[in-house]
Ligand binder design. Structure first.
Ligand code: EPU
Length: 337
């Protein structure tokens, strides 16, 4: 079992940040993963699609890129099927496979960058659907012991862009496969998110099929979010903050049209971070090689050659300015390493 040494991680993170890994290995099977771990190079960092990480320096120890792929139907019920997908499968490839196989449930999550194994870590979500809505369980290898563990939905403790794997389980596991429950017929069509309805209406589609929804989401995402192949980015850099209703009322006094969304807790609301950032004048602003994207203020971008430290610096300037003006402290969604 050979490890590559002193490898550039630039091709392996969508921000396009230069960082070196002391040791690097791509694994395509669980056995290969176990063999690599037996070499006891520490610390170990597992990389998926690299679409939610910001490297602010070189990585000591071993970086493992999870490339365990493959999608199989494991159980069939009357209307549902369970599908097991390898953790290294590209997320959008999985979505496209589901849609073209006529399986519903993940079409609203089209075009999200990253891999299947990374999806549960932050409970990816978009356009009214979250990963947890179609999740059955996952298999993860404990890095310390090499043991394979099964986690059901409760074990994963999903929250908004959050799970066990972002907290107690952080850095301890490699997610090797994920089991989803998808529908064969009578799909639960979700077009509650305003933008989707608008795109479907414009196309004259009244009763959308899952393929129509996937295409609408792809159209919306491509129009608002930069393509990482052209401009380095990690999607939303910050989470949308949840605040007390009293905070919203205070903001409303000065900005009567502040957008907000209800959350299960009736005393709280969510305010789009993109709006808060835009009000502070950051949208479209470039600082050196980094900046705040012109079409969606929640996204920080690398115009080429930006360092992770530069991006982190901009992120914290934004956090401070939003806090100063609105008294709301934004939290990064991206893992800053
Ligand atoms: N807004 C602004 N200015 C901006 C951006 C947004 O005022 O520059 C306000 C507008 O009022 C807009 C509202 O924010 O109506 C919502 O914007 P958008 O629909 O673009 O969604 P978002 O809340 O900014 C979240 C997710 C996205 C996901 C979209 C659609 C988070 C952190 N982000 O963004 O997820 O695609 O909803 O569901 O929850 C990601 O996680 O990487 C990601 C892209």
């Amino acid at each position: 079992m050979k490890l590559a040494q002193d490898i550039s991680l630039l091709p392996f993170n969508t921000f396009g940040i230069q960082a070196q890994a002391e040791y690097y290995r791509e694994v395509t099977t669980v056995d290969e993963l176990r063999d690599v771990l037996r070499l006891r190079k520490q610390p170990v960092f597992v990389l998926g699609g690299g679409s939610n990480v910001l490297f602010t320096g070189d990585m000591k120890g071993l970086v493992i890129r999870n490339a365990i792929e493959g999608t199989v139907v494991t159980r069939r019920f009357k209307n549902k099927v369970w599908v097991k997908a390898g953790g290294g499968t590209v997320w959008h490839d999985f979505v496209q496979w589901a849609v073209s196989s006529g399986l519903g449930g993940v079409e609203n999550l089209s075009l999200i960058p990253g891999t299947v194994g990374a999806a549960p870590v932050q409970n990816i979500g978009a356009y009214g659907v979250e990963l947890k809505d179609v999740f059955v369980g996952l298999y993860a290898l404990e890095l310390e012991t090499g043991k394979l563990r099964y986690f059901n939905k409760i074990d994963c403790q999903f929250g908004y862009r959050d799970s066990f794997f972002k907290r107690e389980g952080k850095g301890k596991y490699c997610i090797v496969s994920v089991v989803f429950s998808l529908t064969q017929h009578r799909h639960r069509i979700n077009i509650s998110y305003g933008d989707i309805r608008k795109v479907l209406d414009a196309a004259g589609i009244r009763t959308p099929a899952i393929g129509d929804i996937s295409r609408a989401v792809i159209q919306i995402r491509s129009s608002k979010l930069p393509d990482p192949a052209k401009i380095g980015n990690c999607g939303s850099f910050f989470k949308n903050p949840e605040v007390e209703r009293a905070v919203l009322e205070r903001i409303k006094a000065a900005y009567p049209t502040v957008p907000h969304f209800d959350v299960p807790d009736k005393n709280r609301v969510k305010i789009p971070a993109g709006w808060l950032i835009e009000q502070c004048g950051w949208k479209g602003k470039r600082v050196g090689n980094t900046g705040c994207y012109e079409k969606q203020a929640l996204v920080l971008v690398n115009y080429g050659g930006a360092t992770g430290v530069e991006v982190r610096h901009l992120a914290f300037e934004i956090i401070d300015s939003v806090e100063c003006r609105f008294g709301v402290r934004l939290e990064p969604e991206v893992s800053i390493l």
